[in-house]
Every structure is written in structure tokens, then in C-alpha cells.
Design a protein around this ligand. Structure first.
Ligand SMILES: [Zn+2]
Length: 435
């Protein structure tokens, strides 16, 4: 490039240089501090003559494709053109710059000093929130969440009775009834027999019970905590189980799908939820589906959790509530990194309210887990300083990877270890001495 005349440059269509002449990089990790300026300088110089640029003999893999895409190379020299095109063309969709943050709360851990028996149980389920999903929201939230302040951590195995990889129906039924079942089954065992769930068992024992979800109330996860049907798609029958349920409170989307709730008062705002003296209360987040955070849901989940906990507390009875962040799963199914990250961070804002409640109300147990992972999600690259996460996917369906369980408050120590998902049910009853 140094010795060409202007006339000679006119005949140049493309600058093509040997990569190994500048660096011995093997395409894993990143370029060394010495090599990085050499590479970027030579690209810049070629571009200054107004010519397209390529290196030949590059390390041939995703990390190097990502590097060259972001550093001005016009042609990537590869022996895997199909994979390379797929990777580069999806890079923008798979790369998310985060602007939503969860303010990290430092838990007090006073339950470790005072041995207060468990009265209240808050079970938080992030639908599809596997370890990579959690990691993406941690790293996009400047490396910390309230969730990552907690100290008791376990792992659950999630297979259903008819499938290596569970769905949300079988996953939630395992949590709600203590029995693993088949995919698509709601609150019934593998033979299709109705099985008592936590809200039924605990309301018999004098507990108030509730559900909050960013799904419709007839969605698979909330349904398993009040309904008994053989298929998650039987929304009409599931909705008919709602008036027969023992719930004192629910907040969810899907108002248009529910009727006959004569015993329930309707709240119109989170403020009304917090102040209501009703015995049974419903708060609808939408007529049908609930919008995603990226589509303007705002801080509705955390506000509903805060007011829902106030409502249950005002009953002056012990309580059980299941809170679902439903749409992390949607991000996995649609392979949308931004949805996974923002719904995960939004979930942490709800977790914060639960942990703060536990600090203010000794005898409260908080459990945070997921039904399964969605998307075979991984996070190969990103930038901590600018809250950028690049994700990648192996599927548009669920995966069978083990799922973390975080726990906090009275009784939380028995949720550590590695165990089956239905053990969550038995451990909850054990901490309440209720089985
Ligand atoms: Zn799903």
C-alpha cells in the first residue's frame, strides 16, 4: 500500500492482505494488546484509499467473524460461507444494548441471627429463566442484581414424566402439587388424576393464597396453582376452575377469558390492591396478553408484587403467593436477546420487592427459580461497560439444562443442593411443618 502511484491505485479493486503477516491470533478470545492496533491500523489505511478490504487466511470461526464485522472488513474469508452468513446477518438482532436497570438491594440477612419460624412463602418463577438468561441480565445490569446478593443456591432437574425436556405445564405442576407429570398437564398426575396444589393445601391450613403473573391467568404456570385439566390448551375449562379455586388474590392478564368470579372484588390499580379489605381480590393487567417491558409495560410487575404483598399481609394470616415473570420464556422462543435481558432485569425488580418484604416481615421465605430454560441460550460476547450482550441460540424450544434455585429468609437453607423440581413443593411444606 505504501509504494503505489495514484494511477496504480486506480486499477486496484480490492485490498487483500495476509492475516498471519500481522497476527498469530487463533480466533479464540480476543486479539492481544500488541496485535489489535496493528490489525485495526492496516484496515484503516486500506479504507483511506477508498478500497474494499479483506484479509486472507483468517482464523475461521464465530469470534473472528464477529471481530471483523465490527472492525470494518468488507469481505470475510471463510471456508464456511453458509454458517458465516447466518452468523453475521443475525448479529444485529442477537446483540442488545441494555437501558433498563434494576437497583440492587443489599439484603440484611437478619434471619440468620433470629430463628423465626416460616409463616409466609413467596415463590417466584422466571419462566424460561435458565442460568444463561440470568447471566445475561446480571451482566447487562452492571454485573450485579439483587438476586446475586443471595447466598443459598441450589439446582433442580426438570424432566417431566413423558419427556426429557419439560414444558411450563408439567414444570409448574411439579412445583404446585409435588408430583412430576406429563407435558401439557395442569394440576393432574401422569394418569390424569386431580392432585391437590399448594394453594388448596395451605388454604385448608389457614393461609391466604395468591398468584401474580405477567401471563394471562389461564397461562400454564399460573393455572397449575389453581386448576386441574388434562391439557394446557383447555383455556375455557381452566378459566372455569378459577371461581372454584381457594385463591384470595390474583393479578394477571386475560380478563376477557374469565367469567363468573362473583366472590372476587375487582381492583382497578395497584393502589387499590394494597388498600383493599376484600376477602378475595382480582386485578387484571390486561384484557388479553400482557405487554412486554420493551413494549411499554413499565414497572407494573414490581408494583403489583409490592401491593399484592401488602394486601396479603393485611389479612393477618400466613400466606403463600406464586409470582411469575412469564415473558423471559417468550424471548427464548423468539430468540430475542433484548426480551430475555429486559424481562430478566424486570424480574429482579420484583425479586427486590419480595426480599425487602422478607427483611421487613421476619418469618418470610423467598424462593426464586424457573421451570426450565428456553432457547438453548448462550452469551458468547458482550461489553460490561456499555451493557451490551450478544446472545446465541441452539433452539426455539425449551432445553433440559439444570435450573438454579435461589432462596432467602427463614427456612431457606434447605433449598440448597441438587434435586428434582417437585422437591420444591415438599421443601415448602417441610419449612411450614404442614405435611
Ligand atoms: Zn415456553
Amino acid at each position: 500500500m505504501d509504494n503505489l502511484t495514484a494511477d496504480q491505485w486506480k486499477k486496484v479493486a480490492l485490498v487483500s492482505l495476509s492475516f498471519p503477516q500481522y497476527s498469530k491470533w487463533n480466533g479464540k478470545g480476543g486479539l492481544t494488546e500488541e496485535d489489535l492496533p496493528k490489525i485495526t491500523e492496516v484496515i484503516k489505511k486500506a479504507k483511506s484509499f477508498g478500497k474494499p478490504f479483506r484479509f486472507w487466511a483468517i482464523p475461521d470461526g464465530k469470534t473472528s467473524w464477529e471481530f471483523f464485522t465490527h472492525n470494518g472488513v468488507d469481505f470475510i474469508n471463510t471456508d464456511h460461507p453458509k454458517e458465516c452468513v447466518e452468523y453475521v446477518n443475525s448479529l444485529e438482532k442477537r446483540t442488545f444494548k441494555n437501558n433498563l436497570f434494576s437497583e440492587v438491594y443489599q439484603p440484611k440477612f437478619s434471619y440468620l441471627k433470629k430463628n423465626v419460624p416460616v409463616k409466609n412463602v413467596i415463590l417466584l418463577i422466571g419462566d424460561g429463566n435458565g442460568l444463561s438468561e440470568i447471566s445475561s441480565s446480571v451482566l447487562a445490569n452492571k454485573g450485579e442484581l439483587t438476586l446475586t446478593q443471595l447466598k443459598n443456591i441450589g439446582l433442580i432437574k426438570t424432566s417431566s414424566t413423558d419427556n426429557f425436556t419439560t414444558d411450563s405445564a408439567a414444570g409448574a405442576t411439579a412445583f404446585a402439587t409435588g408430583k412430576k407429570t406429563k407435558n401439557r398437564f395442569i394440576g393432574v398426575d401422569s394418569e390424569g388424576k386431580k392432585t391437590a396444589n399448594l394453594t388448596e393445601i395451605l388454604s385448608e391450613k389457614g393461609f391466604s393464597t395468591g398468584i401474580i403473573t405477567t401471563d394471562e391467568i389461564v397461562g400454564a404456570t399460573p393455572s397449575a396453582f389453581y386448576a386441574h385439566q388434562k391439557d394446557r390448551g383447555m383455556e375455557k375449562e381452566i378459566a372455569q376452575d378459577l371461581p372454584k379455586s381457594k385463591l384470595n388474590f390474583f393479578a394477571a392478564g386475560g380478563k376477557s377469558k374469565v367469567s363468573g368470579l362473583h366472590d372476587f372484588k375487582l381492583a382497578e390499580s395497584t393502589k387499590q390492591v394494597a388498600e383493599s379489605k376484600a376477602d378475595r381480590l382480582a386485578y387484571y393487567l390486561s384484557d388479553n396478553g400482557v405487554p412486554q417491558v420493551l413494549k411499554g409495560r413499565g414497572n407494573l410487575l414490581a408494583e403489583t408484587v409490592e401491593s399484592g404483598l401488602q394486601f396479603l399481609k393485611s389479612k393477618k394470616k400466613p400466606f403463600f403467593i406464586m409470582i411469575e415473570a412469564a415473558q423471559i420464556d417468550s424471548g427464548g422462543h423468539s430468540n430475542n436477546v433484548g426480551t430475555i435481558v429486559t424481562e430478566g432485569i424486570d424480574f429482579d425488580r420484583a425479586i427486590t420487592k419480595a426480599v425487602q418484604f422478607a427483611d421487613q416481615n421476619p418469618g418470610t421465605l423467598v424462593i426464586i427459580t424457573a421451570d426450565h430454560e428456553t432457547g438453548g441460550f448462550s452469551i458468547p460476547h458482550g461489553d460490561l461497560k456499555t451493557s451490551i450482550v450478544e446472545g446465541d441460540f441452539t433452539t426455539d424450544d425449551h432445553s433440559a439444562t439444570l435450573i438454579p434455585v435461589f432462596s432467602y429468609g427463614s427456612g431457606s437453607e434447605i433449598f440448597t443442593g441438587v434435586y428434582e423440581n417437585n422437591e420444591i413443593f415438599h421443601k415448602i411444606l417441610k419449612t411450614l411443618k404442614a405435611n
